[in-house]
Ligand binder design. Structure first.
Ligand code: WT7
Length: 650
């Protein structure tokens, strides 16, 4: 996959019709340019504050930022109550679609009642502002309700993707010292119920091994697949017996703008995931602002659909906080795109009249593989804007997306951001920007980014460099939970003397100064838009008793962007049983981390290529995995190891 930048790349100007009605304007850039902090203050005032803020930004403790000083607000009131108060209580907030075909529409007033009930129950069990709550759930309405109820009480939620293993859940529960875990009995996977609560039991352990912070496990009945669901008396409670019995009245309190709204764990270059901390006021300001302008959202008219799972940051910002703070009507879909068949997404678009559709390039490429006759069999004429997120989008997929899903007219917003940035940072403004297939184009109004070389010098057009964010932004992470040093080290040490945030991505400008994001420059892989560290997978592999050493790389993959390729050395005396061993190793990774981290390919090799200082040369393994001529091997201890590796691969 290439994302070739060139001035000759034809641009796609917005249609006059779209431009005439767009939320975004050229003037927005000018206003932000003229007074960046005043611009952000204006955006913050799109929200409802209980106590107005004074100073916009306090950067005196850099890299620890404070935004909207002294301001107090309630995030859940901003997402729910204020729409009801404004007479929009009957508007549908969520068109929920279950995988087996059940569905439920939830209005803003119903949402307010549900969130209040959950908040009342959380208070009844003694949780108070600042406590942490782990949410390990499939995409059921109660997952979003739980997040909002936490926000309402100032409880800091930590959503753990329900596809993660029990081990991954345990380490996150322990790190955050969560007092409450919310889950479901089971979840649907391609039409069949699969257990989930049992994974929580396994994670939390018993006796000496029990996760000591956890007081309660709250279980939503979803699949009803097991009459004898294991139950820990005193610890486990059903949602229907507790939350559902509470009063729908709840008087919210306001919290400081800097109050931690949520933690979200993400992969870094080492094996241990980082708990990214997000604030209330700054985070909501930017999630809300970007939703309004990047998606050109029109209240009461649009139907928005973000295909992400709440387990990822995209699900936080564009399934919960961005859309709901804007009073949007959105689709929340529980299942996979091919259950019961490949028509599922297009049927949903047709049924609900989806106008704005936001998915990852890997899904677009999957649709391409399935063939255009599938979307062509549906009326997708409601779609007026398309979004892409999670990885670079190749120009072929971009063009297909526009033509086949967007009826050759819908503008595409290719949105670059990260778990750490909290909200969209680099993206076209629809109706304003002349877009180029494959380019995220430019930083949004209020955002400042640049591309520099190793010595922090700006790169020229066509030259590859590092993407840095050279000014703080409202939804920036406030740190890594419990590890200030790692926060400084990971993001702020690379260009410390300039005070820039190092994003970990390579990028370049083309001759028209359009910005092209090229992918990670560190040991982080991107598989189907999911971020997985090489170190995590390596550590899972060496966790297998037969493996002495492992090296993992992300190799280019036509559908998933990158695919995980592993090279392992077996311990002395361990027999290579071929497929059987490979299957065991893949299973090991699946159990330790998640099925999404299963290597596409595992090669058993006699040796790994190392430098004299003992560092594994991943770059060379990548060359091998992608079938290229080897790069520079002069620093290798023993260049002949490649003969052996290649022989094994052939
Ligand atoms: C990494 C962040 C943003 C929410 C989902 C992923 C890659 C993300 C783009 C894009 C090129 C992109 C980057 C980034 N990425 N969006 N539009 N074009 N690359 O969040 O798991 O924190 O991953 O995803 O490499 O650093 P995440």
């Amino acid at each position: 996959m290439t994302t070739s930048a060139s001035a000759t790349t034809p641009g796609y100007p917005p249609s006059e019709e779209f431009a005439a009605q767009a939320n975004g304007t050229d003037a927005l850039y000018d206003r932000a340019e003229a007074d960046r902090l005043e611009f952000w203050a204006e955006q913050a005032r799109r929200l409802e504050w209980d106590t107005d803020f004074g100073e916009v930004l306090d950067w005196s403790g850099a890299p620890f930022a404070k935004w909207f000083i002294g301001g107090k607000l309630n995030v859940s009131v901003n997402c729910v109550d204020r729409h009801v108060a404004a007479g929009k209580g009957d508007r549908v907030a969520i068109h929920w679609v279950g995988e087996p075909g059940d569905h439920r529409d939830i209005t803003y007033s119903q949402l307010k009642d549900e969130v209040s009930r959950a908040a009342n129950y959380f208070t009844a069990i003694g949780l108070t502002a600042g406590d942490r709550v782990a949410i390990y759930m499939p995409m059921v309405p109660e997952a979003l309700i739980s997040m909002l109820a936490c926000a309402r009480l100032g409880l800091t939620h930590s959503v753990v993707f329900a596809g993660f293993s029990s081990g991954a859940l345990r380490s996150r529960v322990d790190d955050a010292q969560a007092k409450l875990v919310i889950t479901t009995d089971g979840q649907y996977r391609r039409g069949k119920p699969a257990p989930l609560k049992t994974a929580v039991d396994e994670a939390l352990g018993t006796g000496d091994d029990a996760a000591e912070s956890v007081e309660k496990v709250l279980v939503v009945r979803r699949t009803n697949h097991d009459e004898n669901l294991p139950w820990v008396d005193g610890r486990d409670v059903w949602w229907e017996d507790t939350v559902a019995e509470q009063s729908p009245e709840h008087t919210p309190e306001a919290f400081d703008a800097e109050h931690p709204l949520f933690l979200l764990y993400t992969s870094g270059t080492t094996g241990k995931p980082k708990g990214i901390v997000h604030s209330s006021g700054g985070y909501l300001t930017q999630a809300s602002y970007t939703f309004h302008y990047v998606f050109d959202h029109k209240e009461g008219r649009d139907v928005f659909w973000c295909g992400a799972d709440i387990g990822w940051v995209t699900g936080h910002s564009y399934l919960v906080y961005g859309p709901l703070s804007n009073g949007a009507t959105e689709v929340v879909y529980e299942g996979t795109p091919n259950s019961p068949n490949e028509h599922r997404h297009f049927e949903i678009i047709e049924k609900y009249g989806v106008t704005i559709y936001y998915i990852a390039p890997t899904l677009i490429r999957t649709f391409m593989k399935w063939g255009r006759e599938i979307p062509d069999a549906h009326d997708l004429s409601s779609v007026r804007l398309l979004g892409s997120v999670g990885e670079p989008i190749n120009p072929e997929a971009w063009k297909w997306y526009r033509e086949v899903i967007g009826g050759n007219s819908a503008p595409i917003v290719d949105t670059w951001w990260q778990t750490e940035t909290g909200a969209i940072m680099i993206s076209p403004l629809p109706g304003v920007t002349v877009t180029k297939p494959g380019s995220a184009m430019a930083p949004l109004p209020g955002i400042s980014a640049t591309i520099v070389d190793d010595d922090a010098n700006p790169v020229g057009a066509g030259e590859q460099g590092y993407l840095v964010l050279d000014k703080p932004w409202p939804s920036m992470l406030r740190g890594i939970w419990g590890d200030d040093e790692r926060y400084r080290e990971t993001y702020w040490s690379r260009f410390a003397e300039h005070g820039w945030y190092f994003a970990g991505d390579g990028a370049r400008y083309d001759d028209d100064h359009a910005l092209w994001v090229l992918g990670r420059v560190d040991d982080v892989m991107n598989v189907s838009g999911h971020r997985i560290s090489t170190a995590e997978v390596e550590s899972a592999l060496v966790g297998h008793s037969g493996v002495a050493e492992a090296a993992v790389i992300g190799a280019a993959d036509e559908t998933t962007g990158q695919g995980i390729v592993a090279f392992v050395i077996l311990r002395e005396g361990i027999e290579n049983t071929g497929d059987e061993l490979i299957a065991e190793l893949r299973q090991q990774v699946s159990v330790e981390i998640s099925p999404i981290a299963k290597p596409r390919e595992i090669n058993v090799v006699p040796e790994l290529p190392k430098t004299r200082s003992g560092k594994i040369m991943r770059r060379l393994l990548k060359d091998v995995a992608e079938g290229r001529e080897l790069g520079d091997t002069s620093t290798l201890v023993d260049p002949s190891v490649f003969e052996a590796i290649r022989a094994k691969k052939a």
